[in-house]
Ligand binder design. Sequence first.
Ligand SMILES: NC(=O)C1=CN([C@@H]2O[C@H](COP(=O)(O)OP(=O)(O)OC[C@H]3O[C@@H](n4cnc5c(N)ncnc54)[C@H](OP(=O)(O)O)[C@@H]3O)[C@@H](O)[C@H]2O)[C@@H](O)CC1
Ligand SMILES: [K+]
Length: 525
Amino acid sequence: MIRAHSAATVREVEEPRLAAGEPLMAHAAFALATHVARELRDRTGRVAGSVVLLLVGGGNNGGDALYAGTHLARRGCQVHAAVVSDRAHEAGLAAARASGVRVHELLAAPDLPGAVVDLAGRCHVWVDGLTGIGARGPLREPVAGIVAALAEERAAWSSLLAEPIVVAVDVPSGIGVDDGTVPGPVLPADVTVSMGTAKPGLLLPPAAALAGRLEVVDLGLTELADREPAACSLGRSDVAALWPVPGPEDHKYTRGVLGLVAGSRTYPGAAVLCAAGALRTGLGMVRYLGPEVPTSLVRAAHPEIVTVPGRVQAWVLGPGVDPRDAARTAELADHLDEAAGQGLPAVLDAGALTLLHDDVDLAGPTVLTPHAGELAELLTARGEHTPRRDVEAAPARHARLAAEITGGTVLLKGARTVVAAPEGPLHAQGDATGWLATAGAGDVLAGVLGALLAAYGDAIAEAVHPAASLAPLAAAAASAHGHAARLAAGLPFDADDDPAGPIGVPITASDVADALPGALSTILD
Ligand SMILES: NC(=O)C1=CN([C@@H]2O[C@H](COP(=O)(O)OP(=O)(O)OC[C@H]3O[C@@H](n4cnc5c(N)ncnc54)[C@H](OP(=O)(O)O)[C@@H]3O)[C@@H](O)[C@H]2O)[C@@H](O)CC1
Ligand SMILES: [K+]
């Protein structure tokens, strides 16, 4: 699991250590130099003789870059430092000069962005030490202009072979360190070397997509183990640890029975796909409840499905249900009440999300699975006027707001899925592929999550804090679903940002459901 801590937590932990004279910056800079050297060797085949640009702002982030530059100069690199603040780290500057780094004090340059871009054009690697966890809000001038010019230059270069490598120090300068927003210009990185712990903005969308590969440097900040992370991402072994695996004593009722109210005459496929997602995830039984169509289609596609009411351990309510169908919506509300009465978990998707447009307080453990548009509608209906683009610009903030307002756990679907409970760490999972953005994929996900919750349903109903396990389970479902999509698209199992890697093939939602057992076998291996 990658655990990310807020800037404030990092400061609280590092301050007493710095006061005690621990050389945290020296360790950070050495690790940074090692990563830069490795990147140079992997991509260009050499370290000595490479030309390195340090982008140096006015704080310790620039200090990290300067000290890393001293190590790289000693390893035979030609190192240039573009200093764009009059408060650059003094000791770092002195050390850099002493080790042969060429320091360019550029603040007085008539065209500052142009001067930095000129210098950058001669360098194999750019080390972004402009701002780190000390940044506040969008980048200000002159740094904003420099970053915008470099980002433009880099985008233009990417069509050529000799791209510069961008290594961000701690975070790509300009991202919202704690909330993952991109409030202004940011220089996208190939690698981000984060100091002591990951930062939330490196995991959360949309900023996470600008961080490249994440490398976390262990600075021995052991106190962080006892501090709740602000955000986290489950790895394969975390998902495996959560996944229910049947033992010899299990039977279908202990493995979990899922009640499914989905599909309509207009959208019958949603019921078939949601059932497929649940069945291929593995559970004891699916009880489908609905009108003749789609019941006949669900039975034809999945003969193992039971279509009579009975005991269940979790519900999936709403995929493919038209919220204008008053009778069906009332049915959804009844099942939601029934689940809450028994303390059983429920997934509210698509049509069922409109149940929360009224001032309903969720009484039971509930996961909402909106996409950005549905979340915007929900928030607006609950008095927080929110255009869809605002949700897309700050997914974590809006998912958390919806969780606080409704009392549910919100799984906000997107290229990178965010899960927010009313409190506790945010989760972000970026295991999927762009090919997954296809009709019906969300119905499959609701099924996967429903199956997982059914397995845990009785335990959740008996738990002291029934909602506490929902966010990790929702994140695990998103991860398995994303991995299945990668497998179906013919992509390597784990997402990486290698632009030279395979691009994959188009997939359908049915392909994703079919790929679930294969993905789970790799996860559980
Ligand atoms: N984690 C760890 O244990 C360790 C962390 N370490 C490192 O320290 C870093 C934190 O250093 P830090 O506190 O000096 O702040 P930093 O990020 O360099 O930014 C301050 C500068 O940015 C400027 N600035 C601010 N906002 C801005 C804006 N919007 N637009 C433009 N400029 C803006 C601000 O200017 P000012 O607002 O003061 O005028 C000031 O000049 C951390 O990220 C990591 O790299 C390691 O060295 C040791 C171990
Ligand atoms: K930075």
